[in-house]
Write a protein that binds this ligand. Structure first.
Ligand SMILES: *Cc1c(COP(=O)(O)O)cnc(C)c1O
Length: 415
C-alpha cells in the first residue's frame, strides 16, 4: 500500500489541493493528511496501518461508528436490488415518515442528496412562499456552499481566513444580510426568512444564548418572515427530535443531512404543510434530483435512525460529558463547551459566544495540539472551527484514552 505522503503527492496532481473538501487538506494545521484505509466503530486506520481514535466521524454524518453492522447489511441488501431507479421507492416513504414522526414541525419532507442542496432549496422555498427576497443569516454559521449563503460562513472558510468565496457575485449575496450570532436582529418586512444553526457547530461549538431562539421565533412572527433551522448537524444528534425539541422552539422549515444518511449522501428539508406546498409538482418552486431519495442512502439512514432510541441519546450525552469534562480538566488554557453530544474545544479563557469571539481564540495553539494528538493516535478535525463528534461507538475506555493523550499533548503544545 502507498504511504500517506505518496498518495497526497499523487492526489495533488489530479485533485485541487489533493482533497475533495477543503478542510481535509490540513492547510490550517500544516502537514500531510492521513489517507484512511478503513474504519471500525470509533477507530480508523490509515494506509500506513496507523490507528486513530476518530472524533471526526465524517463531520457528524456517522453516529453509530464506522462500518456499523446494521448499516453495512442494509446497504448491501439494498445494492443487490439496484442502486437508483428514477421512480419512487418504499424506503423514501419510510424515511420521510421516520423524520415526520420525530420532528413534528416537518409535516411535509423532501429528500435531496446533500445538506447544501437542502439549505439552498429551503431559502428558495421561503422566498417563493413569502414573495420576499431578503435572507438573514448569522456570522459564523455554515449552511453549505450555495452562493447566497456563502458569506462569513465559518468552518473551512474560517480556517482558510476567507470572508466569503470568489466566484460569488455581489448580486448573489446582495439580499443576504449577515448579523452577529446570539443577538436577535430587528427584521424588516422585506425578510423572507432567518436561517440559523440552532446550536452553532461550524465556528467551534457556540450554544444559543438563553432566549435567542425564542426571540428569533417572535421576531419572525412579528414581520411575517419564516424561521429556518439548519439542523444538518444537530438533527437526530442533540435529541431524538433535534435542537427544536431540545430548546422547545418550532421553526417553519428545517434542513437535515449528515446523521439521516447513516454516512451516505443525503439531505432533506421539511416544514409546515402550507409552506412546503409551494414545492413542485404541488407548486411553483422548482427543485429536483436524479439521485434524490437514493435507495442506498435511505437504507443506511433508516438503519441508523432505528438505533437512535432514548437509551442511545442518554448514552451519547454521558459519553460527551465524560469527554468534555475530561478535556477541560486535562488541557489548561482551553474550554470545552458542550450541548448534548456536541463538544467544542477552544484555546481561550472564556467560551466564545459569536464569530468574533470564536475567531479570537488561539488557532495556532490548536494546530500544535492537533498534531500532538495525532502523534498519540487521536484524530481531531484538522481545523480549529470544527467540533468533536463522540458517537455511540466511543466507549468509556476510548474516551479515557483521548483524555490521557490530551493531557500529554497539552503540555507538548503549550508555548
Ligand atoms: C455540513 C453542513 C451543511 C452542508 O451539508 P453538506 O452535506 O456538506 O452539503 C449545511 N449546514 C450545516 C449546519 C452543516 O454542518
Amino acid at each position: 500500500m502507498p504511504t500517506n505522503e505518496e498518495l497526497f503527492d499523487r492526489a495533488q496532481r489530479v485533485i485541487p489541493g489533493g482533497v475533495n473538501s477543503p478542510v481535509r487538506a490540513f492547510r490550517s494545521v500544516g502537514g500531510t493528511p492521513y489517507f484512511v484505509d478503513r474504519g471500525e466503530g470509533a477507530q480508523v486506520w490509515d494506509v500506513e496501518g496507523t490507528r486513530y481514535v476518530d472524533l471526526v466521524q465524517s463531520y457528524g454524518a456517522v453516529i453509530l461508528g464506522h462500518a456499523h453492522t446494521s448499516v453495512v447489511k442494509a446497504v448491501q441488501a439494498a445494492a443487490e436490488h439496484g442502486t437508483s431507479f428514477g421512480a419512487p421507492t418504499e424506503r423514501e416513504v419510510l424515511l420521510a415518515e421516520a423524520i415526520a414522526e420525530r420532528v413534528p414541525s416537518c409535516e411535509l419532507i423532501r429528500l435531496v442528496s446533500s445538506g447544501t442542496e437542502a439549505t439552498m432549496t429551503a431559502i428558495r422555498v421561503a422566498r417563493g412562499f413569502t414573495g420576499r427576497n431578503v435572507v438573514v443569516k448569522f456570522a459564523g454559521n455554515y449552511h453549505g456552499h450555495g452562493d447566497a449563503l456563502l458569506a462569513e460562513s465559518g468552518s473551512g472558510l474560517a480556517s482558510l481566513g476567507l470572508p466569503g468565496s470568489a466566484g460569488v457575485t455581489d448580486a448573489q449575496v446582495a439580499e443576504t444580510l449577515v448579523v452577529p450570532y446570539n443577538v436577535v436582529p430587528t427584521l424588516s418586512d422585506a425578510t423572507a426568512c432567518v436561517i440559523v444553526e440552532p446550536v452553532a457547530a461550524n465556528m467551534g461549538l457556540v450554544p444559543p444564548a438563553p432566549g435567542f431562539l425564542e426571540g428569533l421565533r417572535a421576531e419572525c412572527d412579528r414581520v411575517g418572515a419564516l424561521l429556518v433551522f439548519d439542523e444538518v448537524i444537530t438533527g437526530f444528534r442533540v435529541a431524538r427530535g433535534g435542537a427544536q425539541a431540545l430548546f422547545g422552539v418550532r421553526p417553519d422549515l428545517t434542513t437535515f443531512g449528515k446523521v439521516i444518511g447513516g454516512g451516505l449522501n443525503i439531505g432533506a428539508y421539511g416544514g409546515r404543510e402550507d409552506v412546503m406546498s409551494v414545492v413542485a409538482p404541488l407548486g411553483p418552486v422548482y427543485q429536483a434530483g436524479t439521485l434524490s431519495g437514493n435507495p442506498l442512502a435511505t437504507a443506511a439512514g433508516l438503519a441508523a435512525l432505528e438505533h437512535l432510541d432514548d437509551d442511545a441519546y442518554r448514552t451519547l450525552e454521558r459519553t460527551a460529558a465524560r469527554l468534555a469534562d475530561g478535556l477541560a480538566a486535562a488541557v489548561p488554557g482551553a474550554v470545552a463547551p458542550r450541548v448534548a453530544s456536541l463538544v467544542g474545544l477552544f484555546f481561550t479563557a472564556s467560551a466564545p459566544v459569536d464569530y468574533v469571539t470564536a475567531k479570537g481564540t488561539d488557532t495556532e495553539r490548536y494546530a500544535r495540539f492537533f498534531h500532538a494528538m495525532l502523534r498519540r493516535g487521536v484524530a481531531l478535525a484538522p481545523g480549529a472551527y470544527e467540533v468533536l463528534f463522540p458517537g455511540l461507538a466511543h466507549t468509556d475506555e476510548l474516551v479515557d484514552e483521548v483524555v490521557a493523550a490530551a493531557a500529554v499533548a497539552a503540555s507538548e503544545s503549550a508555548d
